[in-house]
Design a protein around this ligand. Structure first.
Ligand code: DUC
Ligand code: ZN
Ligand code: ZN
Ligand code: ZN
Length: 486
């Protein structure tokens, strides 16, 4: 059975043109004019874009004494309703510390539930010989990115020497290191200071995680990556200080990637100072929302390319779960929603305002993610042979975001009341329509698949330009790169 997406305007990361898209089975067969098929999907008046890929989610994640409420089913279903056809979720090692077991556990939980495709990143939360060895197994299992928490002291945080060693291992394996950049020691100290002063509410969350602690950690991680000679992906970039570090490193030739969140682009720190405990607690995430000047910096980064993708860090905790921290802000489970809202909010606040072109929107929500995470052009592209993960994106459907009609299991929505001006008319996952606006679509758990991501080919010159010019002895440390005569 073939299908034709008919009469739309195909919009990819690099161009926009009127064309039909013919799908056969799970893949795109042809793109052209007046294509014929067994079935037709109406795209008149709409854009035809690659399905969104959210590079950063936490579904059913055990965290801070509880477990994220969004399930693999509800999360992937909410994603589909919002035009996202794949997400990349973070695996956390369990009590035994095994990476391999964690991946198998994620498969066990996710496989029967997922309505859309999924990939994994792996968290490195300690360092020993087993982890070193199992990182290779993880890569063989299709997980080629490893996240390091520089915060959450006493729980998930890794030390600098552990991070250095793990980055070296990533380089060896062709895997991408990632960091949660916040100085965990300083955060820990500031949290204690707040509590000692009797400031126990969610506003103290913002006070205890100022932009400087993020900027410091981003700089440190970048320098460690440069010492190793590896690319680095910095998750949830929220502020100018971290963005500035990324810009500077990129200018020197380093492959540093930065991921702002849709929440950071559109919600600011005033959310913590409304004098409404629950309102603020629902918006507690790390890093926290920032001032408007930081938002301007993030938008500028997306425009200029110094920041490449927009994610959600979707980690959904119910109001009841948030109450765990009612007497102590340090115990409020960190996380907020965005999986369903990411595309519509970015379109409304980015494209409708003229900050981003539709092509830049596609790059940030899909294509750049696929490229950086090494699944392009199977995902993130509208080209012949690619998976038919496609969204018929209708810029004329407006709606008001509300917990009353979202698909998340959350009892609130941090974007409550936002008016968005575009929606997914249809969402296709590998050729099947899994969501149709206004047509009472139902989730199809178990339909989604795990997408293995292969290791990267290493660049022959992974070191920064600056290092090449100024530090021959440092280059000599890399056995692959010993200049003659040194
Ligand atoms: N930050 C959050 O807000 N939630 C989950 C993990 C993280 O780093
Ligand atoms: Zn994080
Ligand atoms: Zn409120
Ligand atoms: Zn996260």
């Amino acid at each position: 059975m073939s299908k034709v997406i008919k009469g739309g305007t195909v919009c990819t990361a690099d161009r926009t043109w009127k064309a039909d898209v013919l799908i056969e089975g799970e893949v795109i067969k042809q793109i052209g004019e007046d294509l014929k098929g067994d079935e037709y999907i109406d795209a008149e008046g709409a854009y035809v874009i690659p399905g969104g890929i959210d590079p950063h989610t936490h579904l059913e994640m055990p965290f801070m004494g509880t477990t994220a409420a969004e399930t693999f089913e509800s999360g992937t279903w909410a994603a589909a309703a919002g035009g996202t056809t794949m997400l990349v979720d973070f695996c956390l090692p369990g009590e035994d510390g095994s990476i391999k077991n964690a991946i198998n556990e994620w498969h066990r939980k996710s496989a029967p539930q997922i309505c859309a495709d999924i990939g994994y990143h792996m968290a490195i939360t300690g360092w020993n010989e087993t982890i070193f060895a199992e990182m290779e197994d993880a890569v063989k299992m299709g997980v080629n990115s490893f996240k390091h928490f520089m915060a959450y002291k006493g729980a998930l945080m890794v030390e600098d020497d552990e991070m250095f060693a793990s980055f070296q291992r990533c380089k060896e394996l062709g895997a991408l290191p990632m960091v949660h950049a916040e100085n965990g020691d300083v955060v820990d100290l500031l949290q204690k200071e707040m509590l000692a002063k009797g400031i126990t509410g969610p506003e103290a969350h913002a006070y205890s995680r100022p932009p400087e602690v993020e900027g410091e950690a981003a700089n440190r991680a970048i320098m460690i990556a440069d010492a190793v000679g590896t690319p680095l992906y910095i998750v949830h970039v929220s502020c100018e200080q971290a963005h500035e570090a990324i810009r500077r490193a990129r200018q020197k030739g380093m492959r540093i990637y930065g991921e702002p969140l849709i929440q950071f682009l559109t919600l600011d720190e005033s959310e913590y100072f409304k004098g409404d405990w629950m309102h603020s607690a629902r918006r507690v995430m790390s890093p926290p929302f920032r001032g408007k000047e930081h938002q301007a910096s993030l938008w500028a980064g997306l425009q200029s390319g110094s920041l490449q993708v927009v994610a959600t860090d979707h980690a959904a905790f119910t109001s009841e779960q948030k109450l765990m921290g009612k007497d102590n802000f340090c115990l409020i489970p960190n996380g907020s929603n965005g999986l369903e809202e990411r595309l519509a909010v970015l379109w409304t606040e980015g494209v409708e305002t003229g900050r981003l072109t539709p092509n830049e929107f596609v790059a940030a929500t899909s294509t750049n993610v696929a490229k950086i995470l090494n699944i392009y052009p199977k995902k993130g592209a509208i080209v012949e042979g690619a998976d038919a993960d496609i969204v018929v994106w209708d810029p004329k459907i407006s709606k008001t975001i509300s917990a009353a009609n979202h698909h998340s299991v959350l009892d609130y929505n941090v974007f409550e009341g936002f008016n968005v001006t575009a929606q997914a008319r249809y969402t296709l996952s590998r050729g099947d329509v899994i969501w149709a606006w206004g047509q009472n679509s139902q989730p199809q758990p178990g339909r989604g698949r795990f997408v293995p991501r292969p290791p990267f080919a290493s660049a022959t010159k992974a070191l920064s330009k600056w290092k090449e010019l100024n530090s021959p002895r440092q280059i000599a440390r890399d056995p692959m790169n010993i200049p003659a005569g040194i």
